[in-house]
Design a protein around this ligand. Structure first.
Ligand code: ATP
Length: 328
């Protein structure tokens, strides 16, 4: 078993609330186990540009409550090239770093896996940090809970004004390939319809449901649209529907980047702490090319390869059906 003495941690891809509690857990668990820790700024970009600094236990004081990531994040094209990876490897070796904790989504894991297959003397553990909740091997990913709560808070406010004016609101939430936020927020806010990229939207049924709500004296209707819906964004769908519902006042709100920010929820603080702690303990046990994830309230390891290839998201048809029935 390769003995490790110095580890590096980075956050990469889209930022997600809960990354900071995770960084804190990685740093403090490492120090508790007499490991040195290096923080890499801006994900793989900092790895290639040698933008790293030594962290101590006070480097992560008072960050549990902060959204974003103190290490910053970036998308880095150069890391996709062999030359970029070689520079990254050289920078790690120059600092005697022998293990890496990579916090991010599937792109981050793809990079981490390619890198650790090429350079097997650097152990790599991935932590699922993405608001999309779309990684196999973890029922929940870091940031999903906070982002969903943020969406709920915004939609509750929109419901007030929609109700006051008897309006239909189309609200677009994040999720190019994943309807996870849309579905949870839809159930939580009693949305009249939830449109997801995983399921073809029957526009005719949507129009019929909205008409029915209007005829049965619903004072407002909320349609949640995940940004990856096949018919387009909230504006496109509102336009199509509006042609058939000329007597109903329709408005559109795009929630946008506010969904990424904010103080992590209790759930994400605990999850980030557990995953960061588990990532370092996995490295200490000699693990590599694995992802730490939450399953049935246990932190378990999944091969990065499997986490990426078994990536298919199962649409929770039962929840969709329930949401539909409960919103009549
Ligand atoms: P999110 O799910 O929030 O978007 P992500 O980790 O999937 O997060 P990406 O931008 O897809 O975000 O990936 C993050 C970074 O991972 C990329 O900017 C790139 O540096 C690296 N990466 C992605 N795919 C590869 C690949 N095939 N080879 C090497 N590196 C990659």
């Amino acid at each position: 078993m390769q003995k490790i003495s110095k580890i590096a941690v980075l956050t990469s891809g889209g930022d997600a609330p809960g990354m900071n509690p995770c960084i804190r857990a990685v740093v403090r668990t490492a120090i508790y186990n007499n490991l040195n820790v290096v923080g890499i700024k801006q994900g793989y970009k900092g790895l290639i540009e040698n933008d790293m600094y030594n962290m101590d236990k006070r480097s992560v004081s008072n960050i549990l409550n902060l959204g974003g990531t103190i290490l910053k994040t970036a998308r880095c094209l150069e890391f996709r090239t062999d030359e970029g990876m070689e520079t990254a490897y050289k920078n790690l070796k120059d600092q005697n770093i022998d293990a890496l904790v990579a916090i991010g989504g599937d792109g981050t894991f793809t990079g981490a896996l390619r890198f650790s297959k090429k350079y097997t003397d650097i152990a790599v553990i991935g932590v699922p940090g993405t608001i999309d909740n779309d990684l196999y091997g973890s029922t929940y990913t870091l940031g999903f809970d906070t982002a969903t709560n943020t969406v709920i808070e915004a939609i509750d406010k929109i419901r007030d004004t929609a109700d006051a004016h008897d309006r239909v609101f189309f609200i677009e939430v994040m999720g190019r390939d994943s309807g996870a936020i849309a579905l949870r927020a839809g159930i939580s806010c009693g949305a009249e319809a939830i449109l997801l990229p995983e399921k073809e939207t029957a526009i005719k049924d949507l129009i019929a449901d909205l008409k029915d709500g209007h005829l049965t004296s619903k004072s407002s209707s909320i349609v949640i649209v995940a940004e990856g819906d096949k018919h387009g964004g909230a504006y496109d769908i509102a336009k199509i529907v509006g042609k058939e519902l000329a007597n109903i006042d329709i408005k559109v709100t795009i929630l946008g980047h506010l969904q990424r920010g904010g103080s992590p929820s209790s759930f994400d603080r605990v999850l980030g702490s557990r995953l960061g702690y588990a990532a370092v303990n996995a490295l200490l046990k000699g693990e590599s090319q694995k992802m730490v994830g939450l399953r049935a309230n246990e932190i378990l390891l999944t091969d990065l390869e499997e986490a990426l290839t078994s990536h298919e998201f199962k649409l929770e048809e039962d929840l969709m059906e329930m949401a539909h029935i409960l919103s009549i």
